[in-house]
Ligand binder design. Structure first.
Ligand code: NAD
Ligand code: UDX
Length: 451
């Protein structure tokens, strides 16, 4: 079947950019992205492209090109379902915070709601595509809901996990390492494959059975996160032994069997995916009685928690074992550069730790809003100050903590910052961002992860 109308349920960090690129690359397909969240849809439709709800380099240009032509954002979910031959489910699948599997399993309530809505509304055959990250065998549950509550129309389910990373979403979508399509029906697979073939070389479109596809997404994130926890574990050993983690990463990364990516020691990984997906993997393994498998992967998250808390502990210890009443400037709040997303950001944990030690925490981030920072610290939001100017944030501070690797931090006048701070002026570099030699020459007491 040649696809002419696509509906995507969920206009978030995945649904928005993914569908914008499909619309850009497939001008003959009408793409409608729907969401229950009216404010989010209004922001996607804003005349000011600077106000799109997701900040991603280059995304405004893609939306500018396609919106109103063949890309539409709407809150009318039923209409978009009815009109389309292919429906992507791209809603959130957060960690479940209640009942069985609390704190581990994926909460599939939004997925189930989508399946029930599609079943209720669909009057013609549909291909339903799992774009959200889902536990292996979710397609079985979706199929059961669709077949048992539908109007007798035919549903095919495909798994098409998304591998984009935030901050590089547009380039990742334009030029993916691979596109993965899992399915049992050759015709349905072909329909989706033809959509991607408009811009992705065919040898990069991989087809598998549904279960392999679902499990590959969790596995990919687990492997990536494992690399970060592995290098972070070594960073602690480096700090004790005068080895330098950057040098170690470079040395091992040049081994082509290891590879150089994802070996940057940091204050800990964040983002909406890594922790959630590993915990989900752990839960699935446990549910099959595979306790050693579960424990193995859980260690990646345990190590990450340790890394985040270790960073704050080091600040307190270095500042003569007390930060009470001391001004600490945090540069960066997003979980990585080039995104306004703060979900699971290490900055949140570090701020909580420092506030618990009665520090006066001041934050500056170039893309995260004041409201978002307050929201992330719900309950203690009055204990934090947000500045819109980095020099203001650092003024009179006892210490600066770098939490996000924003490029602009490298270009600051660090002499001016030093002059405005309490002495000794400390910098805790959670991203190995600054030139160690230069900042030390200025007079800073400089401490970086892993060296
Ligand atoms: P998000 O929270 O940014 O967006 C999800 C959207 O779905 C929200 O706007 C929400 O209002 C909407 N929604 C929920 N239920 C709905 C319903 N019944 N009807 C209509 N709209 C509904 O989430 P996200 O970051 O885009 O992630 C979506 C999925 O993609 C998750 O499963 C995630 O694991 C996966 N994923 C995320 C990334 C990433 O980098 N963020 C990358 C790959 C995969
Ligand atoms: C991740 C996956 O990379 C992506 O394929 C998947 O679709 C969604 O989850 P994302 O979370 O957006 O993407 O960003 P990513 O670049 O993977 O970074 C995740 C976290 O790890 C960030 O906090 C980042 O700062 C940290 N990180 C990454 C490191 O600390 N060191 C590294 O070497 C790489």
């Amino acid at each position: 079947m040649k696809i002419k109308n696509i509906c995507c349920i969920g206009a978030g960090y995945v649904g928005g950019p993914t569908m914008a690129v499909i619309a850009q690359k497939c001008p003959d397909i009408k793409v409608t992205v729907v969401d229950l969240n009216e404010a989010r849809i209004a922001a996607w439709n804003d005349v000011d492209f600077g106000k799109l709800p997701v900040y991603e380099p280059g995304l405004d240009e893609v939306v500018k090109e396609a919106r109103g032509r063949n890309l539409f954002f709407s809150t009318d979910v039923d209409k978009a379902i009815e009109e389309s031959e292919m429906i992507f489910i791209s809603v959130n699948t957060p960690t479940k915070m209640y009942g069985a599997g609390k704190g581990m399993a994926a909460d599939l309530k939004y997925i189930e709601l989508c399946a029930r809505q599609i079943a209720r509304v669909a009057k013609s055959d549909k291909i339903v595509v799992e774009k959200s990250t889902l536990p292996v065998r979710t397609a079985e549950a979706i199929k059961s809901i669709l077949d048992n509550t539908g109007n007798g129309v035919n549903f095919q389910i495909l798994s098409n996990p998304e591998f984009l990373a935030e901050g590089t979403a547009v380039t990742d979508l334009h030029n993916p390492d691979r596109v993965l399509i899992g399915g049992n029906d050759a015709e349905a697979i072909q329909s989706l494959l033809e959509v991607y073939a408009n811009w992705v070389p065919k040898d990069r479109i991989l087809t598998t059975n549904v279960w392999s596809s679902e499990l590959s997404k969790l596995t990919a994130n687990a492997f990536l996160a494992q690399r970060v926890s592995s290098i972070n574990a070594i960073s602690e050993l480096c700090e004790k032994t005068e080895a330098d983690v950057n040098e170690v990463a470079r040395a091992i990364g040049m081994d082509s069997r290891i590879g150089s990516k994802f070996l940057k020691a940091s204050v800990g990984f964040g983002g909406s995916c890594f922790q959630k997906d590993i915990l989900n993997l752990v839960y699935i393994a446990k549910s099959y009685g595979l306790n050693e498998v579960a424990d193995y992967w859980e260690q990646v998250v345990i190590m990450n928690d340790h890394q985040k808390h270790r960073f704050s502990k080091n600040i307190v210890q270095t500042l003569y074992n007390t930060v009470s009443g001391k001004r600490i400037a945090m540069l960066g709040w997003a979980f990585k550069k080039d995104t306004n997303d703060t979900r699971e950001s290490a900055a949140i944990t570090v701020a909580q730790d420092l506030i618990a030690e009665q520090a006066n925490v001041v934050v500056y981030d170039p893309k995260v809003s004041h409201d978002q920072i307050k929201f992330d610290l719900e309950g203690i939001e009055d204990k934090i100050k947000v500045e819109t100017n980095p020099y203001e944030a650092c003024n009179n501070a006892h210490a600066i903590a770098i939490l996000t690797e924003w490029d602009e931090f490298k270009t600051y006048d660090w002499q001016k910052i030093y002059d405005s701070m309490s002495k000794p002026a400390f910098v805790f570099d959670g991203r190995n961002l600054l030139d160690k030699q230069k900042v030390k020459e200025i007079g800073f007491v400089y401490s970086a992860v892993g060296s």
